[in-house]
Design a protein around this ligand. Structure first.
Ligand SMILES: Cc1cc2nc3c(=O)[nH]c(=O)nc-3n(C[C@H](O)[C@H](O)[C@H](O)COP(=O)(O)O)c2cc1C
Length: 731
């Protein structure tokens, strides 16, 4: 089934049961406290469980004249019902001495209230029905949730792999759902079972014995202490022991154990009847324990947390849904009159917003452009040019609106030749960066009448700047000028903070500079986070990787682009000038706290975040830095930072790759290949490899890492990516 059906089913089930689910989960949390509160009462006598029943009855018979019942509850508390001064009394006792320990626990009003609300919403059978139905819906919500998590993680085998953090709600929804999956499933299934039991859909079977009263004898008379069953059964097995009603031989002991019920002749101890409990009775007992947590502090706590997570999952789930960009498409022209066709592969809707803006501007230029989803691929009678803009999901798979694209391409051959471009939206946080875009490119390339207009262009993390670069290039080659506006879908919504320029170092020859900024708003930053800058001139956001050098000093390394508004604006800032920018958390590119070793790989300005990671390496982790630049002169910008780090033992090795200082070009990927065994060792020991710089370099380095993983570690690269041991932030 396609992912959108699962997603809508998950949502529909959650919405339709939300009110009842909320009531059931909140009362569930309250009720989870009850077994814990009971269990901590001082009525458990240590070691008593190993006493035999005969040893327990002995002091009870000695202390009380008339005993009706001895019980042991799930907390292990032993109680008796006895007649004292003509009155029935029930209380807890010490099984060693028979001494009264305290009155039976009464249900507190709050628990009584919560129980009634939880079981029937105070609506008797009608309410019970809805509660049962809610449990069933919760079960289906959990199952559809399992499927959705497996799909997003790239398969059931990767179900528990680290989750890429895109935003708070999405990340925590998945992470907590996985943690509480077991208790939620148990609560749902046992809830359904108990409801079916209450409505007699599952018939309860009583144990019935056939006692042959004609054969009852009072001899050979035995003391109960010598009855085999009482001698050989420990207290831990007991549920209830009912004393004979009278002294007539027709009345007997009824001993209810955990798994069976036994009738004992009160004079001879002969077993008069013995029945194992039917399956339904045993299953019901288990369902009760599993649903209520009675008798176990640990399980009650797990259930309580499971219940508590339900409102949290509901809220985060609804936020995820309602924050999704809308995916309604409007076209001015029909698909058969357009020479430009833009097809979108999206799941979350952001790619569509970018494509919509592109389409709008192309139409504004007087072109006949048609915008559709990739799953709507068909015959486009006048198509000259096709632009496919697609996200990637799962492990390099198609997003929801493109799942049928490949088969549709086969099914609907175009009648005219056309050229095509593929733009991939993806994230380097995932193992298969923009893989689906590459697959689409390959597919279209194989069509006889399709011609490649350009190679795949990739957009990391919905970078509007990157998309703009592509649209400008595309427009130029078509003799157009497009003025795209940034779509509303933005990943970055933090407040702006102020930063004062405290230092700058320029490498004029390469139009590169290193800016040091003091954070004067106290915003917390971690090396690897991004500084988001928007200039007034064009209102477009640019992101720069932050290196946190400590004491609120940040470094950003910037390359000036010939017509780059932001880079040139930053390039002319002087010391003491203040700039306002937002800090965007980029958790997937933080140096993992637990890694004792790391290999850092960068080219050019990609070194920025690593300068911070190295300077804060007080734990003396073993860090190796590979850096690619043109010449040793290119390194001047960073030299003092690196030398200082080496002398302070914050950086173990600095390994540069200079592409222009010798006849043969040396790139970082060459050095990675050369040091393959060392890098493999870092991965083997649980360390991590971090890559920052250009997308091209990333591709080359990833190829080398793939070889290293298979040659030295006998594993696929994705194994380490899924464990968060390979991290990338490339642009
Ligand atoms: C569950 C999930 C899996 C993803 N898998 C990949 C992937 O394998 N490769 C990739 O480059 N991007 C991956 N991404 C990133 C998306 O392609 C990227 O965020 C894209 O901009 C989403 O566009 P959309 O909102 O139009 O669906 C994944 C995102 C999510 C939420």
């Amino acid at each position: 089934m396609i992912v959108s059906i699962w997603r809508y089913s998950h949502l529909f089930l959650a919405i339709s049961s939300s009110l009842f689910l909320l009531i059931a989960s909140i009362t569930g949390v309250i009720l989870a406290v009850e077994p814990i509160a009971n269990k901590v009462q001082p009525y458990n006598v240590s070691g008593a469980d190993s006493l035999s029943l005969a040893e327990v009855l002995n002091p009870i018979n000695a202390v009380y004249d008339e005993v009706l019942l001895v019980s042991r509850d799930r907390n292990g508390f032993v109680s008796v019902t006895v007649i004292i001064d003509g009155k029935n009394e029930s209380f807890y006792i010490d099984p060693y001495t028979g001494e009264r320990l305290g009155d039976l626990i009464q249900k507190a009003p709050v628990f009584q209230f919560a129980t009634n609300l939880h079981r029937s919403l105070f609506l008797k059978s009608f309410g019970r029905f809805f509660v049962g139905l809610t449990s069933l819906l919760l079960f289906f919500i959990a199952v559809s949730g399992i499927v959705l998590i497996a799909k997003r993680q790239g398969g059931y085998s990767k179900f528990f792999s680290p989750v890429v953090r895109e935003n708070f709600s999405q990340y925590h929804h998945v992470v907590y759902a996985r943690i509480v999956l077991l208790p939620v499933l148990v609560l749902a299934l046992t809830g359904v079972y108990l409801s079916l039991l209450r409505f007699d859909v599952i018939p309860q079977q009583q144990v019935s014995h056939e006692v042959d009263f004609d054969r009852l004898r009072e001899e050979p008379l035995k003391n109960y202490k010598d009855f085999e069953l009482l001698k050989n059964t420990s207290l831990s097995e007991l549920r209830e022991l009912e004393y004979p009603f009278s002294e007539f031989v027709e009345d007997y002991y009824i001993v209810r154990l955990k798994n069976k019920e036994v009738l004992l002749n009160q004079y001879t101890g002969e077993v008069l009847g013995q029945q194992k409990y039917p399956f339904v009775t045993m299953a019901s007992a288990w369902a009760n324990v599993l649903h209520t947590g009675e008798g176990s502090i640990l399980w009650s706590t797990v259930l309580g947390l499971g219940s508590l997570s339900i409102p949290f999952l509901m809220v985060t789930g609804f936020i995820i849904y309602f924050k999704r960009p809308k995916t309604r498409i409007k076209n001015r022209f029909s698909k058969n009159e357009c020479d430009h066709v833009i097809l979108v592969g999206t799941e979350g809707g952001t790619t569509l917003q970018y494509a919509q803006e592109f389409h709008r501007q192309v139409v504004k230029m007087g072109k006949k452009s048609y915008l559709g989803l990739m799953n709507d691929y068909g015959l486009f009678k006048k198509m000259d040019e096709c632009v496919v803009i697609t996200a990637t999901y799962g492990q390099g798979e198609a997003p929801a609106s493109a799942t049928r694209f490949m088969e549709l391409v086969e099914k609907h051959p175009q009648s005219r030749p056309f050229s095509f471009s593929v733009i991939g939206f993806g994230s380097t946080a995932y193992p298969n960066f923009c893989q689906y875009a590459y697959d689409v490119q390959e597919k279209l390339k194989n069509l006889s009448n399709a011609q490649v207009f350009e190679e795949v262009f990739t957009v990391n993390n919905q970078s509007f700047q990157a998309f703009l670069d592509w649209t400008n290039r595309w427009a130029k080659s078509h003799g157009m000028t497009l003025h795209l506006k940034k779509p509303k879908a933005t990943l970055h919504k933090n407040h702006a903070s102020d930063f004062v320029v405290v230092g700058r170092l320029d490498l004029e020859k390469e139009d590169t500079f290193l800016l040091t900024l003091k954070n004067i708003s106290g915003t917390k930053t971690v090396s690897g986070d991004l500084l988001s800058l928007t200039t007034e001139k064009d209102g477009i956001e640019r992101l720069y990787s932050i290196g946190n050098l400590g004491n609120d000093i940040l470094a950003i390394s910037v390359k000036k682009h010939p017509h780059g508004i932001c880079s040139n604006w930053l390039g002319q800032l002087d010391n003491d000038e203040i700039l306002s920018a937002r800090v965007v958390k980029n958790r997937h590119f933080h140096l993992p706290k637990g890694s004792k070793e790391a290999v850092l790989i960068a080219t050019g300005t990609g070194i920025g975040p690593f300068l911070g990671m190295i300077s804060s390496n007080t734990a003396k982790r073993k860090l190796r830095l590979y850096w690619g630049g043109r010449t040793p002169e290119s390194f001047c910008l960073y030299q003092s930072h690196i030398n200082k780090a080496i002398s302070k033992k914050q950086l173990e090795h600095f390994i540069p790759a200079y592409s222009r200082s010798q006849p043969n070009k040396v790139y970082v990927q060459h050095l990675i290949k050369r040091d393959g065994n060392k890098i493999a060792e870092v991965l083997r020991k649980g360390g991590c490899v971090m890559i920052c710089g250009s997308i091209n370099m990333q591709g080359e380095v990833m190829n080398e890492l793939k070889n290293i993983c298979s040659t030295y570690l006998n594993k696929d690269l994705s194994y380490y990516q899924n464990r968060g041991q390979i991290k990338m932030d490339c642009y």
